[in-house]
Ligand binder design. Structure first.
Ligand code: TA6
Length: 313
């Protein structure tokens, strides 16, 4: 396996029947095949790249041009932004922190009739001092990422401060949803929410539902659930937990053309809706304390018709 291998490969006997650990181009990959759903998690970055609830098709977008190198961030799926979102409080590198660029450990996996739960871990011992960002964030930590994959998706990131001094913490679950055509998509649930528009660098307030007609990069001061609608059809509901903000991003054609790991037309079928704690909301985590960030994604057909914001069915 290429790159730094810090993974304790589980003996096949320890994994439930619905879970296999196979070799991938950027290290071990967890393959899930359960009656409720199929999925794929790269141990590199603990990166969920595929989630197919049975009968509903692929729900996550993944770039065919994504890189899979030892220090690369996979383009698509659910990148874990830790221990900061974007450039942190002060133009920090790397963008979105270091956790998505490192090989994680598979701690355990279990299954029941609802689906599969996979637990992955990363600690400061896995982060070489030479990794960008550690000199800014040199703290002892334990990070656990739990993926609950079935007809719904639940992802939960928990960091423990195992050191003797407080540390600043923020981040995001940077989920790339797959959509038929971004120009036909609208978002309900953000009506009236204030947001920072990163395209115009202005403060705005959401008027009505969110539509897409150009590059969209918004940090909403909202923790309300968001319903993704395609035309008149509800697709999925996205609900953050312990997030302070909801980020909505589509690079559109111009920005996508500058991204080597995004096909020129890839922007048309993707939409990022992120549970986020951006730098203005980062907190100081005291020694011995834990910090959590989660997201739940429920296909509308599973939710039996969702009631999110005005105008929804
Ligand atoms: O979450 C939206 C965003 O911060 C955008 O500004 C854009 O940079 C996107 O993340 C992708 O970032 P990445 O580092 O994965 O290219």
């Amino acid at each position: 396996m290429p790159g730094r291998c810090v993974t304790t490969l589980h003996r096949v006997s320890e994994l439930p029947a619905a879970v296999r650990l196979v070799d991938g181009s950027n290290g071990p990959v967890v393959e899930i095949d359960h009656a409720a759903a199929r999925g794929t998690i790269h141990l590199h970055g603990a990166h969920l790249t595929s989630w197919l609830p049975t009968g509903l098709g692929e729900q996550l977008w993944l770039s065919p041009e994504s890189l899979y190198g030892p220090d690369a961030a996979i383009r698509g799926g659910v990148p874990i932004c830790f221990p900061w979102f974007a450039k942190g409080p002060g133009d920090w590198e790397p963008q979105h922190g270091f956790a998505r660029r490192l090989p994680w450990h598979l701690h355990s996996a279990s299954e029941d009739s609802n689906g599969v739960t996979v637990r992955l871990r990363l600690t400061d011992a896995d982060v070489a001092a030479d990794v960008l960002g550690r000199e800014r964030w040199p703290y002892p930590f334990e990070l656990e990422y739990v993926v609950g994959l079935g007809r719904e998706l639940g992802i939960d990131l928990t960091v423990s401060n195992i050191g003797i001094e407080p540390f600043p913490i923020g981040g995001a679950l940077h989920t790339y949803l797959r959509v038929p055509d971004i120009t036909g998509v609208s978002l309900l649930g953000l009506e009236g929410a204030p947001y920072h528009d990163k395209v115009t660098e202005t403060a705005q307030q959401q008027q009505g539902s969110v539509g897409f007609s150009g590059e969209t990069d918004r940090v909403y001061a909202s923790t309300e659930p968001v319903l993704v609608r395609d035309g008149t059809i509800d697709r999925v509901q996205v609900r953050g937990s312990d997030a302070s903000h909801t980020v909505v991003w589509n690079p559109w054609q111009g920005k996508a053309a500058t991204m080597a790991d995004m096909s020129d037309d890839g922007w048309q079928q993707m939409l990022c809706i992120e549970a986020a704690v951006p730098h203005e909301s980062m907190v100081e985590l005291p020694p011995g304390h834990r910090w959590h960030l989660g997201q739940r994604i429920t296909p509308a057909s599973v939710a039996g018709g969702t009631n999110v914001g005005p105008g929804s069915r």
